[in-house]
Each structure stands twice: as C-alpha cells, then as structure tokens.
Design a protein around this ligand. Structure first.
Ligand code: RP5
Length: 158
C-alpha cells in the first residue's frame, strides 16, 4: 500500500523507523533506494507505475538538495510524503527547506527532519489510509490511546 523510497542506502538508518511504525499498524509497504539525480529514469518509471501496482501513498526520504519527493510528485498524483534527512551538513535544514517549499501545483507533504519525521510519515500515511480502511483506523486510534496513556502514567525521578 505504501512505497518507501530513499535517495541512498545511507538514509535507511533513519527510515527504518518509518518501516517499523507501518509494521506496527499492519500496513503493507515496500522499500527501495531510488535517486532523483543518480537514477532519474528509474524514479520516473517507479512513480509513473505506482498507482497501477496498487500503491496508495509514496513516502520519499532524501538529504541535501533533497529533490526526490518533489520529482516523485511530478510523476504521480498519489500523495507524496517527504522526509528530510539530517544530511552531511546544515543538520537537515537544507533538506527541509527544499522539500517544504514546493511551488504551487505539485505538493509534497513535508515532515520534520530525521527520525521524528520518518515516524510521522508512517502515521500520516496511516491517517490517510484510515479514511477508507476501518482496520487501519482502529489500529491508529489504539496507537494514539496507548501513546496518551503513556504520557498520563509518566513519572519523573526526584
Ligand atoms: C541524497 O543524498 C540521499 O537521500 C542522501 O540523504 C544524501 C547522501 O547520499 P550518499 O552520498 O550517502 O549516497 O541523495
């Protein structure tokens, strides 16, 4: 249902958290390394064929100039959720500004930088899928109840 793509194998350390969250919610996904600048033809083919292969949402992670999500969105009308990576410099500020500032017409739903964004990408995908899938809706609501309960029962050391 969800395609997770990332610009490099170096993004997987972060995006593993996204995959784990999807698994916890029982959402089927696939994962692939595809680069907008190193393998542009493969990216075009992947994004163009995504709907026909049954994908509903694409989560795209990239660092640096981070154009993967925007280019993916150019080739498909499916929702594209972008996750900016920390990158090797500027602590991910470059990636988040690049992803979030899409010109009008082709949106990228941009998450926060790094692991929190990776997890929120999975939760956002779940929220979209939950609109038409009662099972996912139930799992998402249960997750949020558990999360709230954890906060309520939290104790602090003296
Ligand atoms: C982007 O450049 C990738 O998404 C990655 O975050 C970053 C660095 O890639 P590597 O040089 O580690 O392959 O394309």
């Amino acid at each position: 249902m969800v395609g997770i793509i990332m610009g490099s194998t170096s993004d997987w350390d972060t995006m593993r958290a996204c995959a784990k969250q999807l698994e916890e919610l029982g959402i089927a996904y696939e994962k692939r390394v595809i680069s907008a600048h190193r393998t542009p033809d493969e990216l075009a083919a992947y994004a163009r064929g995504a709907e026909e292969r049954g994908l509903k949402i694409i989560i795209a992670a990239a660092g640096g100039a981070a154009h993967l999500a925007g280019v993916t969105a150019a080739f498909t009308h499916l929702p594209v959720i972008g996750v900016p990576m920390m990158g090797w410099s500027l602590s991910g500020l470059d990636s988040v500004l690049s992803m979030v500032n899409m010109p009008k017409g082709i949106p990228v739903l941009t998450m926060s930088i790094g692991k929190p964004g990776a997890i929120n990408a999975a939760l956002s995908a779940a929220a979209i899928l939950a609109l038409a899938d009662a099972g996912i809706r139930e799992k998402l609501l249960a997750f949020r109840t558990r999360q709230a309960d954890e906060v309520r029962s939290a104790t602090l050391p003296d």
